[in-house]
Design a protein around this ligand. Structure first.
Ligand SMILES: C[S@@+](CC[C@H](N)C(=O)[O-])C[C@H]1O[C@@H](n2cnc3c(N)ncnc32)[C@H](O)[C@@H]1O
Ligand SMILES: CC(C)=CCC/C(C)=C/COP(=O)(O)OP(=O)(O)O
Ligand SMILES: [Mg+2]
Length: 291
């Protein structure tokens, strides 16, 4: 399921807009962490985001059991899919003839879930040709490639027509771009009355400045985590009015605590756990109306 092939996504790849975007394209083209591929192999939905919800300890069973690691991987994947379902819950009433946009779509797991739920078109953009090819191959395998398409494209400069999109989202992909530029672009292609949703990690203005843990996460992923205040300000400046804000920090901690015990650790688990516990970092959903 994870063999790489070339496809139309790479046929005409636009040049990344900046040297930073070239670094990010290279980062995701080379990414093949077992914590992402082995979880995706559970059911063919490949995510690059984290999980929410309570751990099902009954399903995990005895840590000494030979099947425990396999169950742990399935449980981490279940929590990551629950996160994507929660995001989709906030997109509003999407109809089969609507178009959705996944900005920073990764390997496309959330796009497949959105199409299964709403039956609509889902357009994804990523800087990585490897990811776009992967997502398009999965869509072909699932025979939904007439509705689900990934392309290599800067989310700040997309080909979607003004006012043509019913709902759009960023799932853990806002920390790679300037928020004013990002929300201006969503606001341009969203219909008036359309919906924008993000799930993201942000630093907490109540802490003061980004903590050492937040700085570690930035260095680990070559990203730039924004503050909660910056999200709300940039939305307000771009005709996006928050309807729902959910602090998911308590809901994501069990995922991290479980992941820290697995064989698939990457070394970043402590920074997430410590920053969520000391209040310097928050995991939030923001759903906004395009007015
Ligand atoms: C952490 S992954 C999240 C993937 C996906 N949203 C998910 O939930 O599985 C971040 C994604 O953002 C994309 N990205 C970062 N900057 C981008 C940009 N300027 N334009 C398009 N995609 C971008 C990366 O290529 C990558 O696919
Ligand atoms: C909440 C924040 C700050 C997210 C940063 C963006 C990011 C890299 C998300 C997860 O990707 P991944 O699934 O590829 O990461 P990992 O390999 O750690 O699972
Ligand atoms: Mg992951």
């Amino acid at each position: 399921m994870t063999t790489e092939t070339t496809s139309t996504a790479t046929a005409k790849i636009p040049a990344p807009a900046t040297p930073y975007q070239m670094d990010i394209a290279r980062y995701w083209n080379n990414e093949a962490r077992p914590v992402n591929l082995r979880l995706g192999d559970v059911d063919g939905l490949y995510h690059h985001h984290y999980g929410i919800g309570a751990v099902d300890h009954a399903a995990l069973g005895d840590p000494a059991h030979s099947e425990y690691e396999k169950k742990l991987i399935a449980e981490l994947h279940r929590l990551e899919s629950a996160q994507a379902e929660f995001l989709l819950d906030h997109l509003g009433a999407v109809q089969p003839d609507d178009t959705l946009v996944d900005a920073g779509c990764g390997r496309g797991g959330s796009m497949v879930m959105a199409h299964r739920r709403f039956g609509c078109r889902v357009e994804g953009v990523t800087l990585s040709a490897t990811q776009a090819d992967f997502g398009n191959r999965r869509a072909r395998e699932l025979r939904i490639d007439d509705h689900v398409r990934s392309r290599v494209c800067d989310m700040l400069d997309t080909p979607f027509d003004k006012g043509s999109v019913t709902a759009s989202w960023n799932n853990e992909s806002t920390m790679y771009v300037d928020l004013h530029d990002l929300f201006a672009e969503h606001s341009r292609f969203l219909k008036v009355g359309g919906r924008y949703v993000t799930i993201t990690g942000c630093w907490n203005p109540r802490y003061g400045q980004p903590s050492k843990w937040v700085s570690q996460i930035n260095a680990h992923f070559e990203c730039n985590i924004h503050s909660r205040r910056e999200y709300l300000r940039a939305m307000a400046d771009n005709r996006l009015v928050p309807q729902t804000i959910v602090d998911l920090t308590p809901d994501t901690l069990p995922y991290w605590e479980l992941r820290a015990t697995s064989s698939l650790v990457t070394g970043i688990e402590k920074a997430f756990i410590e920053s969520y516990r000391d209040g310097s970092f928050q995991y939030v959903l923001i759903a906004a109306d395009r007015v």
